[in-house]
Design a protein around this ligand. Structure first.
Ligand code: 5GP
Ligand code: ZN
Length: 112
């Protein structure tokens, strides 16, 4: 989608600080980090949110979690939180599926 920020980041049209890319997904640092380590992993395919995952597009989610495990292990991160906000009340501000990976500080529970 040409008007979607994360589609434009995925295509490289908008620059980002990338950690990883393959044929299915891209990982890049969040522009406004909420923890010492805060990166996002997104599918290249436009999926509006975790609320729009179907049998047809769900394989990329498993792939993204494999990538998250590989990236955290590779960066020596043993404790982290994965978050995907869905909808306005949960604080989703970009309407393209993304997984926040946060680490490097104590986390509170329940999340705010
Ligand atoms: P959400 O609020 O939808 O859960 O998460 C969107 C995230 O995208 C936010 O944490 C925000 O800081 C990040 N973000 C928004 N615009 C950009 C951008 O242009 N580049 C990068 N790297 N991150 C962005
Ligand atoms: Zn998109």
């Amino acid at each position: 989608m040409s008007d979607c920020l994360f589609c434009r980041i995925a295509s490289g049209e908008i620059p980002s600080s990338r950690l990883y890319e393959d044929e299915l997904c891209v990982a890049f640092h969040d522009i406004d980090p909420q923890a010492p380590e805060h990166f996002l992993v997104i599918p290249k395919e436009h999926i509006p949110s975790a609320g729009a995952i179907t049998p047809e597009n769900s394989a990329v989610v498993a792939h993204i979690f494999e990538v998250i495990a590989r990236l955290t292990t590779g960066r020596g991160i043993t404790s982290f939180r994965v978050v995907s906000n869905v909808g306005e009340q949960a604080g989703q501000s970009v309407q393209h599926l993304h997984f926040h990976v946060l680490s490097g500080r104590d986390m509170t529970w329940p999340p705010g």
